[in-house]
Design a protein around this ligand. Structure first.
Ligand code: GDP
Ligand code: MG
Length: 164
């Protein structure tokens, strides 16, 4: 059966934007989940010769900061339980946060393949140095993308498909 790829990360890092770029660039059958109007949760995607199911674990996200970490833990657990490859998405503009570190620990312990992706790298020259800080998460090479500019997504999918 097709591999499952899950996107995990803090609210506002760009999970839904990235999801829509990957799903939209593929010839995809998108299953709209009833009751969830804004976010598509599952998409059947294809890229090159690969077919996979993409999950946005974010769904509807809380505004209040004290529930963000617990929700991220829940998302990470869903990803660990269901996915073959996890995209851990962080935000170069917000930088590295404590919550990112805690979730990275959880993902590392799971021993699932994790691809670390740094979003909002809209200008590669300017932001390159800021991407290096994410090496401190200890889950491998950060892959810079700009989901809203559709940049870097091919490199990301190449790294993801290495684990299929
Ligand atoms: P989610 O909460 O993780 O699903 O994040 P969203 O996909 O809803 O995006 C949160 C905000 O970040 C939105 O205003 C997006 O337009 C913006 N955003 C997403 N990707 C990028 C990007 O590559 N660059 C910039 N500058 N903004 C982005
Ligand atoms: Mg979202």
């Amino acid at each position: 059966s097709k591999p499952i790829v899950a996107i995990v990360g803090r609210p506002n890092v760009g999970k839904s934007t990235l999801f829509n770029v990957i799903a939209g660039d593929s010839i995809a059958i998108v299953k709209d989940t009833p009751g969830v109007t804004r976010d598509r949760i599952y998409a059947d995607c294809s890229w090159l010769n690969y077919n996979f199911t993409l999950i946005d674990t974010g769904g509807i996200e809380p505004d209040s900061s004290d529930v963000i970490l617990s929700q991220m833990r829940d998302q990470a657990q869903i990803a660990i339980d269901t996915a073959d490859v996890i995209i851990f998405l962080v935000d170069v503009r917000q930088g590295l946060t404590d919550a990112d570190g805690k979730v990275a620990d959880m993902l590392r312990r799971s021993q699932k393949p994790v691809v670390l992706c740094v979003n909002k790298v809209d200008s590669f020259k300017k932001m390159e140095a800021d991407v290096y800080e994410f090496y401190n998460l200890g889950i491998g090479d950060p892959i810079p993308v700009s989901a809203s500019n559709h940049q870097g997504v091919g490199d990301l999918l190449e790294a993801v498909s290495d684990h299929f």
